[in-house]
Ligand binder design. Structure first.
Ligand code: ZN
Ligand code: ZN
Length: 236
């Protein structure tokens, strides 16, 4: 079986599982939805005051020290939730438990954040997943979120604006800034269908910002500017 056929079969299998097992809230277990209204309402929102660039908590009068010291290559990032409690459960279920149907419920609050924020973007770009991980999982969770945000907002999906050259190990927060940057530097490159004008990078979670920073650099290399980033959750 070729890798693309295997990936398609795996994706179909995930979808079949979604159909066979009735929706159940990934956070509290209640039947009826993959993310129930109560858990969604209780999710810790990533609200201001925050750094206007990287959205770290605390920025009141301007960019945080980290951004002043070395500005990320994306113009600004926003997240709907803090990576705790039900928000963390949702990210894990989408990423590691194969609950791909969760993407729609997770993208809706992201689309709301985007609407209120309204950065000057003309396309939505998912963070590409390494081929081996995509085959394992059957889908790219960032692409599912980006696809749904595109559907909600009418912004075109630019799924081939970026390519991933190699897999990267999960980035530890404990690693210093230079190490984190070095780990992802060169992991992304402009894809066969670049974006011209403003681009919105979409990912499930912002941990250190190094991945989105490297993606922004590759997008800019492909002709996009400015670049922004939107994630479902962020680690504070
Ligand atoms: Zn729930
Ligand atoms: Zn900052």
């Amino acid at each position: 079986m070729s890798s693309s056929v295997a990936a398609a079969a795996s994706g179909l299998w995930e979808r079949a599982l979604d159909l066979v097992f009735p929706p159940r809230c990934v956070a509290c277990g209640a039947f009826g939805a993959f993310l129930c209204a109560r858990c969604l309402a209780a999710m810790p929102r990533a609200e201001p005051p925050r750094c206007p660039v990287c959205w770290m908590p605390g920025g009141i009068s301007g960019p945080c020290d980290r951004c002043l010291d070395r500005a990320p290559r994306f113009a600004a990032a926003r997240s709907a939730f803090v990576y705790h409690d039900a928000a963390r459960e949702a990210v894990h279920a989408l990423k590691y438990r194969g609950v791909s149907a969760l993407a729609d419920a997770m993208a809706a609050p992201m689309a709301k954040v985007l609407e209120a924020w309204s950065p000057p973007v003309s396309a939505v770009v998912p963070v590409p997943l390494a081929g081996s991980r995509r085959r394992q999982r059957g889908y790219n969770q960032s692409e599912l979120l980006a696809r749904e945000i595109s559907r909600c907002t009418g912004l075109p999906l630019a799924a081939r604006a970026l390519v991933r050259r190699r897999a990267t190990a999960p980035l530890a927060r404990t690693a210093d800034e230079a190490t984190r940057r070095a780990l992802v530097e060169g992991a992304f490159a402009p894809g066969p269908a670049p974006v011209s004008g403003g681009a919105l990078l979409v990912d499930d979670v912002l941990t250190t910002g190094a991945t989105l920073d490297a993606c922004a650099a590759a997008l800019i290399g492909g002709g996009a500017a400015p670049t922004f980033a939107l994630t479902f959750a962020r680690e504070d």
